[in-house]
Design a protein. Structure first.
Length: 261
């Protein structure tokens, strides 16, 4: 595990060097671990960091904790943008509809902020991890079984396969960077317990969203039951063999923001 973490931090330092970096922080375990690592290693001295928080669904977040966290980051000289939205999601909406809708709302709110300020070479950091990739691979099989429309399947295939790229140069030479791709969700959760990363006031989520059983928590179990080695290389090989990884020109048939969340 230590070698994975060291490699993650080494790659991160290289990717953000002298760049404007926009860091998506949801307050969940994935993004919180990475942020704690960056704070501990003082990655900010290599870049100009802005932390982006989109508090949605609103009921999950604490205004009191927001204010405390904001003061903490101000003391560190780190810019934080809280991008509130007036959008709502009904508590009774099915998970299968709620999660995609939530992601669209969060993505659209980010773009309202991002599009007027984008500069060539900006880096956007997201918290996707290996468990996400496992679930995306299973999702592709399910879409095949359901005989989804060709256009829907193709677009989702491009979105999914793009997540297997740790660093992706998108429109305007904006870089989408995913440092956690070699860590399982269980490894993320375990690393959060490390005392090195514990002493930061970064608790902004007060309770889970309406749809707590996220897809990746469920679908990754198929890999373990099938005795597939849970490593990035093995999952990437499965995806590449079964579905292929498109070329950059194929990816760019969809706008870059499709690949963010």
């Amino acid at each position: 595990m230590t070698s994975k973490i060291n490699k993650l931090l080494e790659i991160s330092q290289h990717e953000v060097m002298n760049k404007n970096v926009l860091y998506f922080w949801s307050g969940g375990n994935d993004s919180s671990l990475l942020l704690r690592m960056f704070l501990h290693e003082n990655i900010m001295k290599y870049c100009r960091l802005t932390i982006i928080v989109i508090p949605f669904p609103q009921h999950c977040y604490s205004t009191e904790n927001f204010n405390m966290t904001l003061e903490y980051f101000k003391g560190k000289g780190i810019d934080v943008k809280f991008l509130a939205t007036e959008s709502k999601i009904d508590e009774n909406i099915p998970y299968s509809d709620a999660c995609p809708l939530c992601k669209r709302i969060r993505r659209d709110r980010f773009l309202e902020y991002f599009n007027p300020i984008v500069e060539q070479g900006d880096v956007i950091i997201t918290g996707h991890n290996l468990s996400d990739l496992m679930s995306y691979y299973i999702e592709m099989h399910i879409m095949n079984l359901k005989h989804e429309s060709q256009e829907l399947y193709h677009n989702r295939y491009l979105e999914v396969s793009n997540k297997f790229l740790q660093s992706y140069i998108a429109e305007n030479d904006v870089v989408i960077f995913r440092p956690l791709l070699h860590l399982l969700q269980s490894e993320v959760n375990e690393t959060l317990k490390n005392p090195l990363y514990a002493n930061y006031p970064l608790e902004i989520i007060t309770k889970d969203c309406f749809w707590g059983n996220q897809r990746k928590r469920l679908l990754q179990d198929y890999f373990f039951k099938a005795s597939v080695e849970p490593t990035f290389d093995s999952v990437y090989a499965l995806m590449s063999e079964k579905f292929g990884i498109p070329s950059l020109s194929d990816f760019r048939t969809l706008p870059f923001d499709t690949y963010l969340l």
